[in-house]
Design a protein around this ligand. Structure first.
Ligand code: IDP
Ligand code: MG
Length: 136
């Protein structure tokens, strides 16, 4: 029985700026993810504010939204069994300093804000986030 799940992944501006997007895509593929859809885009700050609305009361909200809209990003729908949880594991902790060896944020992340990747944190949010970027 196949139990394929989808999650939303974003390669953030700090990584795209350093031309790491192809290398990071290969990490996903090596770890069993299929890149079902992808696009390289730049979003407006107002769109970032909608995407990160859950964080609107946090002190870092404005900086976070400025940052996500500061340059090109690669937005992907990743597929595999348990994609949401497995992607969170592969990304590592939010702060690269706390991320385990072998995770994307450990290897590529610069700081808690420039942490190279976003990944949905639940199946429910994955659906919402996939719709946000890929609903035509
Ligand atoms: P996550 O990306 O690991 O799911 P969240 O808590 O959802 O982490 O936070 C969203 C993003 O906001 C993080 O990836 C990071 O870029 C940024 N962020 C989280 N906490 C802080 C903070 O304390 N200072 C600055 N930026 C933060
Ligand atoms: Mg999050």
């Amino acid at each position: 029985m196949s139990n394929t799940e989808q999650t939303l992944s974003i390669i953030k501006p700090d990584a795209v700026e350093r031309n790491l997007d192809n290398e990071i895509k290969q990490v996903f593929i090596k770890n069993g993810f299929n890149i079902f859809k992808e696009k390289k885009i730049q979003i407006e700050k107002s769109e970032a504010e909608k995407f990160y609305k859950v964080h609107e009361t946090k002190p870092f909200y404005s900086d976070l939204c400025s940052y996500l809209s500061s340059g090109p990003i690669v937005v992907m729908i990743l597929e595999k069994e348990n994609a949401v949880v497995d992607n969170r594991k592969l990304m590592g902790a939010t702060n690269p300093k706390d991320a385990e060896e072998g995770t994307i944020r450990k290897k590529y992340g610069i700081s808690i804000d420039k942490n190279s990747v976003h990944g949905s944190d639940s199946v429910e949010n994955a659906k919402i986030e996939i719709d946000f970027f890929f609903k035509d």
